[in-house]
Write a protein that binds this ligand. Structure first.
Ligand code: HEC
Length: 91
């Protein structure tokens, strides 16, 4: 915990905003499941930010039925979902 705080202060000092740190923390959580070598869970590597964002919003509003993602998407604001989609989307 203390290391995380020190790391966060370091990033802040380097000019990275708290919102960016939060987005990266959320993205780490996504990557836990969406690892490139997972055979069960689709990878996100070929999706654009727009595609990811659209799917997240559709999971959140139950337009896109699924097992895990609706629960996950409902845990974040639309702004957080957009930020994490921008971060994870293919460039
Ligand atoms: C607990 C594991 C888990 C976590 C954490 C997780 N996902 Fe998922 N994700 C899944 C599974 C499983 C699916 C397949 C749909 C379903 O069953 O919910 C999926 C599907 C998706 C899809 C659709 C991919 C496709 O090609 O159809 C997107 C986009 C996605 N997740 C984005 C995210 C993002 C962004 C996060 C982080 C906010 C995230 N996921 C966190 C397990 C996870």
């Amino acid at each position: 915990m203390i290391r995380l705080v020190i790391a966060a202060i370091g990033l802040l000092a380097a000019g990275i905003s708290l919102a960016e740190i939060e987005t990266q923390a959320i993205a780490l959580n996504c990557r836990n499941c969406h690892a490139a070598d997972s055979s069960e869970i689709p990878t996100l590597t070929n999706l654009s930010a727009e595609q990811i964002n659209r799917m997240l919003l559709d999971y959140k509003s139950d337009k896109l039925p699924a097992t895990l993602m609706p629960r996950i998407a409902k845990g974040y604001s639309d702004e957080e979902l957009k930020a994490v989609a921008d971060y994870l989307g293919r460039r």
